[in-house]
Design a protein. Structure first.
Length: 258
């Protein structure tokens, strides 16, 4: 209950500081609707699916997030974080730019994200020079992910022009900036390799391998730690028994001369 109240309060504060949509006439609203941007329907569907936070946010600013020329020319895909993502200390009030980072001017349906787009594919967003990265691995295609964030719900809304998927958390732009800096066009892959003297693919492969091993071996590591703790506890108990156990078996007059 407390978490829901906190979420509602944060949303009210967030919505109060957001810029209002620039749409001011009925003709402009109809124009967005004609090209697939039915804000009311998108918000309603999200709310019914339990994405309350994104439902309220998109209802207020979706026409501002997506310029009309974008909806004229292409299909867009929106990635909506779960409500619990707003309760974290990192993104209680996501900035406008972060919301832009969750919208791709591309048709990214389930097939594209699970099988069509190769691992480490670059996906442009409405935030300039900040693309997303497809992190769905071939042997885990049933668990599609972007920037390392899992897709939780497919086609929450899909009318052929606007596609909405649910994701478990916000996308972090630093993921692309740190691991794939050449994707934003500011530096080339060859420049990075020549400056560091390392093969970027090799380094990224090593990082991915370490992460996968850690995930797979987590329970084994925990079991080893528990076993080691048990052994230490038994050793301490035996030592205590050797030092003090004998006193428990003495009679009250043991060692006293009568």
């Amino acid at each position: 209950m407390a978490s829901k109240l906190s979420l509602a309060f944060l949303l009210l504060v967030f919505l109060s500081i957001l810029p209002r949509p620039t749409i001011s006439t009925a003709a402009q609203e109809t124009n967005h609707h004609d090209h697939g941007l039915n804000v009311g329907m998108i918000s309603s569907v999200l709310s019914n699916k339990g994405y309350i936070a994104m439902s309220l946010i998109l209802e207020q600013i979706l026409p501002t997030l997506i310029p009309s020329e974008v909806t004229h020319n292409t299909t867009i895909t929106i990635f909506c974080p779960l409500d619990k993502a707003f309760l974290s200390s990192k993104h209680p009030q996501p900035p406008f730019t972060l919301l832009q980072y969750h919208i791709a001017p591309l048709r990214l349906d389930r097939e594209a994200l699970q099988s069509s787009l190769p691992y480490e594919s670059m996906v442009d967003t409405l935030l300039p020079h900040h693309p997303l990265v497809v992190t769905t691995t071939p042997h885990h295609s049933d668990h599609a992910s972007i920037n390392g964030v899992k897709v939780t719900d497919w086609d929450i809304y899909n009318n052929g022009h606007v596609i909405v998927h649910g994701v478990e958390d916000f996308f972090d732009p630093a993921f692309q900036t740190l691991l794939y800096p050449w994707y934003d066009g500011r530096v080339t892959k060859n420049e990075i390799e020549s400056s560091t003297g390392k093969d970027s693919n090799t380094e990224l492969g090593r990082l991915s391998w370490v992460k996968e091993v850690m995930e797979q071996k987590f329970f084994l590591v925990m079991a080893v730690l528990v076993f080691a703790g048990s052994c230490i506890s038994l050793a301490c108990l035996r030592r205590w028994n050797r030092q003090y156990g004998g006193y428990a078996h003495r009679k009250p007059n043991d060692g006293i001369l009568v």
